[in-house]
Design a protein around this ligand. Structure first.
Ligand code: ZN
Ligand code: ZN
Length: 144
């Protein structure tokens, strides 16, 4: 039996789907305060797909371009590593290390360096501070 309320809901569902063709039935059910199965029936009546999750979740990996079905920005853990992390070379020992990309940018924006270890950072700080802190003669010896 079709009542006025159903007609209204059907109309709303139709309009929502026009606005966003990938809006899932479960979301429609929440918006209209209807059961998932009721929304399913209305979608069938409207000849609308009841399952759109597959359409929505297909994405293209930002690193390798492969298509995948996940919420993440990349298709696999290795691509994820490449997306979020960047290889950085320690300025002291030249060892390569993965660092969180945004952290590296944050640090570099402040004109700082990233080191592979605490030991390297201490060494670098010691060397560079020494140069700034004392006159050159003191650091380099008796050049004069
Ligand atoms: Zn990938
Ligand atoms: Zn190092």
């Amino acid at each position: 039996m079709v009542n006025q309320k159903d007609i209204n809901n059907r109309d709303i569902i139709y309009r929502l789907r026009q606005l966003d063709s990938t809006i899932p039935a479960i979301r429609l059910a929440q918006i209209l305060n209807l059961s998932r199965s009721r929304v399913g029936q209305l979608l069938v009546a409207l000849k609308q797909p009841t399952r759109v999750s597959n359409i929505k979740s297909i994405k293209t990996c930002l690193i390798c371009g492969q298509q995948y079905k996940r919420v993440a920005k990349t298709c696999s853990p290795s691509c994820r590593l490449e997306y979020y992390y960047i290889v950085y070379k320690c300025p002291v020992c030249a060892k390569e290390k993965y660092i969180y990309r945004r952290r590296l940018l944050w640090i570099q924006k402040r004109g700082r360096n990233v080191f592979c270890s605490h030991a390297c950072s201490t060494l670098w700080l010691w060397e560079n501070r020494a140069v700034k802190k004392y006159p050159k003669e003191v650091v380099s010896g008796t050049d004069n």
